[in-house]
Design a protein around this ligand. Structure first.
Ligand SMILES: [Zn+2]
Length: 299
C-alpha cells in the first residue's frame, strides 16, 4: 500500500535541518549546509528533500509532501517570503512555487518560529499546554502562537512576530524599525549590551557562566534583560490572555537567569496577575522543533 511521507525542512543561516515523518513518527533526519544565495538555496533544499525521502524509504508509489520553515515574515497563502531580516536574499521570493517546480510535491511554507511552535506543541514541552507562545532566541527573535492545540499563523502568516514588537529602547533592528524586542534581546544584542557595560564575556554562554559565578555585572544584565522580556510578554498576555510561554532556540539555556525578573515584570503589567499565574519554561525539542513543525504543517 502506498505510504505518505511528510518531509520537513528548516532553513537557517548556517544549516538546513530536515527530517521525515511517517505516521506521525520521525523516521529519519539529517542536515546540510545552507548556501547564502537564492539559487543555491533552492538547489540545496530540493536535493536535501529528495535525499531525506529516499533515506526514509519512499518509493515512486508513495506520496511525499514538504513543509518548509523559513526565517522571516512569510505570506503563507502565496508561498512567498516577504521580508527576511536575517536572510535578505529570500525577500519577495516565491519559494513554494520554485520548489514545487523542482519537486512536484505539495509544499507548505511556514515562518520558522511558527513551525517550531507547532513542533513543540506535538512533540515537545507544548504537549501539556493547549495554548502558548513559543519565543525563539538566537541571532534573531521569533515567535509562534498555539491556540487550543492549533497553530495560529494569522491571516497571511504574520502572527507571532514577537521579535519585531516594539519595546521602549531605540536601538535599530535589522527589519528597519527601531526598538524591536529583537534589537534589544537577541543573543548578539545581549552580548553587545554586556560588553558595552564592561563585561569580558565573548559569548552568551560565557555571560551565563559569569552569572553562575555570581559576577555582579552579568547578574545585573540578565535581571534587566528579564525585565524587558517580561514587559514584551505582558503585551502578548494582554492581547491573548496566554499564560504559558516557552523559550526555544540556541539562547534558550539562559532562561534560568532571566526567569524570575521576567515573571515579575510580566505579572506587574497584567492587571492583578501573579508571577505564579504564568508558566515560563524551556522548549524541549531543541533544533528539531522547526523541521518537525514544518513537516506537520504539510500534512
Ligand atoms: Zn524589527
Amino acid at each position: 500500500m502506498a505510504k505518505s511521507f511528510h518531509i520537513g525542512l528548516d532553513l537557517g543561516g548556517t544549516a538546513i535541518k530536515g527530517g521525515v515523518l511517517l505516521d506521525n513518527t520521525a523516521v529519519h533526519e539529517a542536515r546540510c549546509e545552507s548556501p547564502m544565495n537564492y539559487e543555491g538555496c533552492l538547489e540545496a533544499l530540493s536535493n536535501h528533500a529528495k535525499i531525506l525521502a529516499k533515506a526514509a524509504g519512499a518509493t515512486r508509489n508513495d506520496t511525499c509532501t514538504l513543509g518548509l520553515a523559513a526565517p522571516g515574515a512569510v505570506n503563507k497563502p502565496d508561498g512567498v517570503v516577504l521580508d527576511s531580516p536575517n536572510l535578505r536574499f529570500l525577500d519577495k521570493k516565491p519559494l513554494r512555487a520554485d520548489l514545487h517546480a523542482r519537486l512536484g510535491w505539495s509544499i507548505t511554507l511556514e515562518n520558522d518560529a511558527s513551525a517550531a511552535a507547532l513542533g513543540e506543541s506535538k512533540f515537545g514541552a507544548g504537549k501539556h499546554h493547549p495554548s502558548f507562545l513559543l519565543v525563539t532566541l538566537g541571532t534573531g527573535i521569533g515567535g509562534g502562537v498555539i491556540l487550543d492545540h492549533q497553530l495560529w499563523s494569522g491571516t497571511g502568516g504574520l502572527a507571532g512576530e514577537f521579535g519585531h514588537m516594539r519595546t521602549h529602547h531605540e536601538r535599530p533592528c535589522n527589519c528597519g524599525g527601531l526598538g524591536c524586542v529583537e534589537a534589544g534581546l537577541s543573543s548578539p544584542q545581549l552580548l553587545k549590551w554586556a560588553q558595552a557595560e564592561g563585561s569580558q564575556a565573548d559569548s552568551l554562554p560565557a555571560l551565563a557562566q559569569a552569572a553562575d559565578e555570581a559576577d555582579e555585572l552579568a547578574l545585573s544584565i540578565f535581571k534587566r534583560a528579564g525585565t524587558h522580556f517580561g514587559e514584551a510578554l505582558a503585551q502578548v498576555a494582554l492581547l491573548l490572555d496566554l499564560r504559558v510561554f516557552l523559550l526555544g532556540g540556541g539562547g534558550a539555556p539562559i532562561l534560568p537567569h532571566l526567569k524570575e525578573s521576567a515573571l515579575q515584570s510580566l505579572a506587574a503589567r497584567t492587571l492583578g496577575r501573579k508571577p505564579s499565574d504564568f508558566v515560563l519554561e524551556q522548549a524541549t525539542c531543541g533544533n528539531r522543533a522547526g523541521w518537525l513543525g514544518a513537516a506537520l504543517s504539510s500534512l
